[in-house]
Ligand binder design. Structure first.
Ligand code: BG6
Ligand code: MG
Length: 212
């Protein structure tokens, strides 16, 4: 066993909610007449809800008050949560489920480290509501990635030191957060190209070889 704890990002690592985030932000952007596409959407990975809205509003030609922004974010979240209703345990791939089980069998403690305030809802929808030893998410942090807070809290919830934990991420901001917190990072997708990633992954199941 190489790592005593493994902390997984949720969106884009354990399951794929990015398409629902995109649909909900797109509906909001269309409504207020602001250009938004999949490339801009990629910049929202790992970023908190309000910071995501600020990125979208970079293209707006008017200023919005804090109250208006909070209303827009709440509206987007309502649409997003409605879309999440479509998720079922079938949205958890066999590869992810089997890999998680193998990592647990290695003796590691497993946690979630997600910026999302909807993490527990999503975990329930995909049948992992009771699976993890700890869940650190958008409800227990004040700074989102690239700040390391969500992972530091995850390690603390597991009772482990960051140096004994691996963080698994799909977002560049997530690897920045892992490095800033003193964690090794395993990167999937774009995060595999981060210059400071410890383990670039081709596929999620590669984690089994790393853990030994
Ligand atoms: C992250 C996603 O997991 O959660 C981001 O990668 C998202 O795209 C963030 O903005 C916040 O999510 P939520 O569910 O709290 O709006
Ligand atoms: Mg992610």
């Amino acid at each position: 066993m190489r790592y005593q704890g493994i902390i997984f990002d949720l969106d884009g690592v354990i399951c794929f909610t990015d398409k629902y985030h995109y649909k909900a932000w797109k509906a909001l952007a269309d409504e207020i007449g602001v250009y938004f596409d999949e490339t801009i959407n990629n910049r929202l990975r790992g970023v908190s809800r309000m910071a995501s809205l600020d990125i979208i509003l970079e293209r707006s030609d008017r200023e919005y008050s804090q109250e208006e922004k909070e209303q827009m974010a709440a509206k987007k979240n309502g649409m997003y949560r409605e879309l999440l209703e479509q998720m079922t345990p079938a949205d958890l791939s066999d590869e992810v489920r089997e890999t998680l089980d193998a990592l647990r069998l290695s003796g590691a403690k497993l946690a979630i480290g997600s910026s999302s305030k909807n993490a527990k809802l999503i975990l329930n929808r995909i049948g992992l509501g009771e699976y993890f030893d700890a869940v650190s998410d958008g409800t227990n942090i004040t700074h989102s990635k690239p700040h390391p807070e969500v992972f530091l809290k995850g390690a603390e919830f597991l009772g482990l030191d960051p140096k004994d934990c691996l963080v698994v991420e799909d977002a560049l901001a997530g690897i920045d957060a892992a490095v800033a917190g003193g964690f090794d990072g395993a990167g999937i997708g774009e995060a595999a190209t981060h210059e400071k990633v410890t383990w670039p992954l081709k596929t999620f199941a590669d984690l089994k070889e790393i853990q030994g």
